[in-house]
Design a protein around this ligand. Structure first.
Ligand code: K7E
Ligand code: CUA
Length: 656
């Protein structure tokens, strides 16, 4: 297809291109003359490639020349990949995959060293689990602002929460509770990251016990877990965490209050009908059973009050978790409901903390709840009814600011710096921009195609940046070259700095449904360049007691097996010959004694499923049993120097 450019548009593009060239040349002498020529070249290029003026503008807004860094990091969940994808904005270049719940070979995550311990923390009931359905990453916050220190992410399928340290972009901890059997409303942090919220989705008997589904109403429950985060240690402390028992509805998404509503957490829900399927047992399918009611319930929880109740010991321990039972929560005023229209989804607190925006998958409105009105009614116990479990219900009309007529199937909402909200509208497949002041839609942008979440620059903090938004679309359909029936997802970068939203870039994401993301100013992160001092263990944040000092390499036979104290440096391992006997347990204590940036080695051993990454200064402890006699070459997996191929050695396993 050829694109014909209007004369006027051709001229303005030439001007645009020229201006861009001049700007890029930094006004050096001759730039003007060169710019003119380049403008003509750009025009020719545009015509050959069939690009419009808008295309060129979009390209100029996203193109990031070699050596230049991006303005924002986006941390996207890897969906079924069970990992996190780090993306630069506006270039949309992938910067890193972070192994989280899934082994990640490139990072040596889960292949022989202590990273395997982290993965094992996430096994449930002795069951090895090496995948996850990651949904909602959350950056740590200080006073409601991203502070660039930690990232949390959940696993919907096997309810777990992971802690990633952004000083080295490594997953340090996985916690999970068998209190609940699945989750969705995670991870969301309180404004100072005191707690990481994780809320169940599909009700089940608490604590992993059995009860037939016919006992759904009496034995099945939901729960919201408050994982206590210790920022100094950079770890969640399960012993200081607690949960609140909830009715067996499907709790969906949550968000924490901020500023005036600091101390509150909200969670929308679906299936207050308590349907549970049973197609072959003469019951309607779950989906139709769960959509009978016109209203479900927004859960309103004053978490600081709940924390005090937990501290006062008014809890019961189930599956190792301190649980505030539902009746206690009701008696102590920790839980109230406000009706929510038609299969609600999304739960997003406004930047000033006064409102919480909820969409509705089968609705045409977003509803803005007024948190202060909710708090006041709960304070004065002004209830209009009770649910079957005795949870008080507030009046819908008395609890809202109002509603915005937005389009069919509004889901999630993020915010900018000018008082606008941006809502993903699933059925209509658009981003709708609307004013928080008068609840009117001012612009809509088509997405390609079905949009799920969307993320804006610092768009869920107390001070959003505006500028950029990414629509995370679940269907790519015709956007990319075909790759078989399983298509990539499509991340669309949108410029939201002007009155009208403009689409800038399509980025295929070749992983399963990467649900949500966080976008943070790049300058807020201060990642380390090398591990210091030499011998640092990333999992203990200390020099490892087994760190090997250059010149002190050795092999020692001890009661528990053969300990090899090894160093790596360009371009050799010391020792490079390791002799053990068949059946020996082998401990490799390997320190990369380099301190030069990017002087990374890897250590892979044939036949042992051992593969670690040794960034400069890092120490790792590898453990395996040499249960097969033979000769096993080991080598460095990073092309670290001209003699990288020579960076190798032998593990000799002598027969018994
Ligand atoms: Cu956050 Cu994908 Cu709207 Cu989960 S959601 S399903
Ligand atoms: Cu070290 Cu290659």
């Amino acid at each position: 297809m050829t694109v014909r450019l209007q004369h006027r548009s051709v001229r303005s593009v030439a001007l645009l291109a020229t201006a861009a060239m001049v700007a890029a040349c930094g006004g050096r002498s001759g730039a003007q003359a060169q710019g003119g020529g380049a403008g003509k070249d750009v025009l020719a290029l545009m015509q050959t490639r069939g690009l419009t003026e808008a295309d060129v503008q979009a390209a100029l807004k996203t193109y990031t020349p070699t050596g230049k860094h991006d303005e924002y990091y986006t941390f996207a969940s890897g969906g079924h990949g069970g990992n996190v994808i780090v993306i630069g904005v506006p270039s949309m270049r992938i910067l890193k995959y972070i192994g989280v719940f899934t082994p990640e070979p490139w990072q040596g995550f889960g292949y022989g060293d202590e990273s395997g311990e982290v993965l094992r923390q996430g096994f449930r009931g002795g069951q090895e689990i090496t995948w996850a359905d990651t949904h909602h990453p959350a950056l740590s916050e200080t006073a409601g602002e991203y502070d660039g220190q930690f990232l949390f992410i959940n696993d919907k399928c096997n309810p777990r929460v992971a802690v990633i340290d952004l000083s080295d972009f490594v997953t340090k901890q996985i916690v999970g509770s068998e209190l609940i059997a699945s989750e969705h409303g995670a991870t969301f942090v309180t404004p100072n990251t005191d707690y990481v919220i994780e809320t169940s989705q599909y009700p089940a008997p608490l604590g992993g016990v059995y009860a037939d589904v016919s006992e759904f109403d009496t034995k099945y429950r939901g729960a919201m877990i408050f994982w206590k985060f210790d920022r100094k240690q950079g770890r969640i402390v399960p012993a200081d965490s607690f949960a609140i028992e909830l009715p067996p509805y499907m709790q969906d998404l949550a968000d924490c209050g901020k500023k005036v509503s600091d101390g509150w957490v909200f969670c929308n829900s679906i299936n207050t009908e308590r349907a549970y399927g049973g197609i072959l047992e003469g019951k309607p399918p779950l989906e139709s059973g769960a959509t009978q009611n016109d209203m479900d319930y927004l859960h309103c929880i004053p978490w600081r009050k709940a924390e005090a109740v937990a501290k006062a010991g008014k809890t019961e321990t189930i599956a190792g978790m301190r649980v505030i039972r539902m009746q206690t929560a009701i008696d102590e005023g920790l839980l109230a409901f406000v009706p929510q229209p038609k299969s609600p989804h999304g739960c997003d607190v406004t930047p000033d903390g006064t409102g919480v925006v909820v969409g509705g998958k089968l609705d045409t409105h977003t509803t803005v709840y007024d948190i202060l009105k909710i708090a006041e009614q709960m304070e004065q116990k002004q209830y209009v009814g009770k649910d079957p479990y005795g949870v008080p219900i507030l009046d819908f009309k008395k609890s809202i600011f109002g509603q915005c007529e937005i389009g069919l199937g509004p889901l999630h909402t993020v915010f900018d710096d000018k008082g606008f909200a941006y809502t993903s509208v699933f059925i209509e497949t658009v981003v709708a921009k609307w004013s928080l002041k008068d609840l009117k839609v001012v612009d809509k942008l088509d997405t390609h195609f079905n949009i799920g979440h969307l993320v804006a620059a610092e768009g869920d903090t107390v001070s959003p940046d505006g500028k950029y938004l990414i629509a995370m679309n679940k269907w790519a359909l015709d956007r990319f070259a075909p790759v078989g029936p399983l298509l990539p997802q499509n991340f669309q970068l949108v410029d939201i700095s002007g009155e009208k939203m403009t689409l800038l870039y399509d980025m295929p994401l070749p992983l399963g449904e990467p649900h949500n993301a966080q976008m943070v100013k790049a300058g807020k992160l201060k990642p380390i360049e090398v591990y210091k001092p030499i011998g640092m263990n990333p999992y203990t944040h200390a020099v490892d007691p087994n760190a090997t000092i250059a010149g002190k390499e050795r092999i020692e036979r001890k009661a528990d097996g053969v300990h090899v104290y090894m160093t790596s440096v360009r371009s050799h391992f010391t020792p490079d010959i390791v002799r053990v006997k068949e059946g020996d347990r082998v401990f490799l204590h390997v320190t990369n004694v380099e301190q030069a940036k990017d002087a990374t080695h890897g250590l892979a051993i044939g036949g042992q499923n051992v593969n670690v990454s040794l960034e400069p200064g890092k120490h790792c402890n590898i453990e395996f049993v040499a249960n097969k006699a033979g000769v096993f070459p080991f080598y460095c997996t990073e092309f670290c120097s001209a003699l990288h191929l020579e960076m190798a050695g032998y593990l000799l396993v002598e027969p018994k």
